[in-house]
Design a protein around this ligand. Structure first.
Ligand code: SF4
Ligand code: SF4
Length: 320
């Protein structure tokens, strides 16, 4: 099922994400954005504004979601939210945080958002009283808030590429990040089906695995002609991305959430497991079936009011 529907020169999809920071104040194992391994890096307002205005000419979404790294580390969050609001690209603006910096985040930033989502990990930096204070503050500032407790992640990282093209295709076809949670994103002039192409080559470089730069090969340029056609083709794409050869999508086995040590962040661990052994076969079987009944994608093809409903009920959970 395609990720967007087209009418004339515009596309409509459910969600769009943006990486406010590459780095994070947490260092979670299996972070889907590779943030623990990234040097300090932030979105600049100028590059964001330029990319957003190109996209807003051809795409609208129900929800625009700021992610990271940790989005609250970027001091220009309010400015970014204002630009999204003015662009008219989204009906609703959300930020997803690990919560640790909430007490230091000004009211102005919280009030600018429509929704704040807290991924609550078992980490001492966030406790029940911080959650309660935030819920109260959001109520006062008229910002919706959601709290999601997370104590497990799924394995995503593989160092050696999958050799079986059939398996890569299955991982791509069943990937909830790309096809169910609508984690499409853009960054520094290019648009992607998921955030992995932005970071995979850099992560593998840390392990002395030299691969092509997936930022170039897996994304499309935002500032070249015929954007709407190229965007539509990407959102209807049936073949896996280059990055998918190094990714378990959403069928990796579950592992307990934990914080990586500083040395693990500097020198990522090479696991000895064979790639095939990292797959949760039961989840893959379930997703194969689910893929044929894509309720939310079907709603997306329905009138505007229903596509909003679909997004509201979506478990739009990509890790912050
Ligand atoms: S999962 Fe979220 S909180 Fe954890 S390192 Fe990644 S971006 Fe940071
Ligand atoms: S790289 Fe491929 S499998 Fe991994 S999240 Fe992106 S689309 Fe899914």
């Amino acid at each position: 099922m395609p990720l967007a529907r087209r009418s004339k020169e515009r596309l409509r999809s459910l969600k769009l994400e943006y990486n406010m920071t590459e780095h994070c104040n947490y260092g979670c194992n299996e972070c889907s954005h590779f943030s623990p391994y990234m040097r300090r890096g932030e979105s600049s307002v100028e590059s964001f504004e330029r990319d957003l205005s190109a996209l807003a000419r051809v795409l609208t979404v129900y929800r625009f979601r700021f992610v990271g790294g940790e989005p609250l580390l970027n001091k220009q969050l309010v400015e970014h939210v204002r630009l999204v609001r003015e662009s008219g690209i989204a009906d609703e603006i959300q930020a997803c945080t690990n919560g640790a910096l909430l007490d230091r985040t000004p009211d102005e930033a919280i009030a600018a958002l429509d929704t704040l989502t807290i991924s609550w990990y078992p980490d001492p930096r966030v406790d029940q009283s911080l959650i309660d204070r935030t819920i109260e503050r959001c109520r006062r500032l008229n910002t919706k808030v959601g709290v999601l407790k997370i104590d497990k992640f799924r394995r995503m990282q593989v160092v050696r590429p999958f050799e079986s093209s059939r398996l890569v295709q299955e991982i791509f076809d069943t990937c909830e990040i790309a096809h169910l949670w609508y984690c499409q994103t853009f960054y520094e002039g290019r648009f992607y089906l998921c955030s992995r192409p932005i970071f995979t080559s850099r992560f593998l470089g840390k392990l002395d695995e030299n691969v092509e730069d997936f930022r170039e090969t897996d994304g499309i340029a935002l500032h070249e002609p015929n954007l709407v056609d190229r965007l539509e083709a990407l959102l209807h794409r049936k073949e896996p991305l280059g990055s998918c050869r190094y990714c378990l999508g959403t069928v990796g086995k579950e592992v307990p959430w934990r914080q990586l040590s500083p040395s693990e962040r500097k020198h990522p661990v090479r696991y000895n497991d064979k790639n095939d052994e990292l797959i949760d076969q039961h989840k893959m079987r379930r997703l194969r079936i689910k893929r044929h009944f894509p309720l939310r994608s079907m709603l997306l093809m329905a009138p505007e009011s229903l596509s909003g409903l679909a997004a509201r009920f979506s478990r739009s959970l990509s890790r912050d």
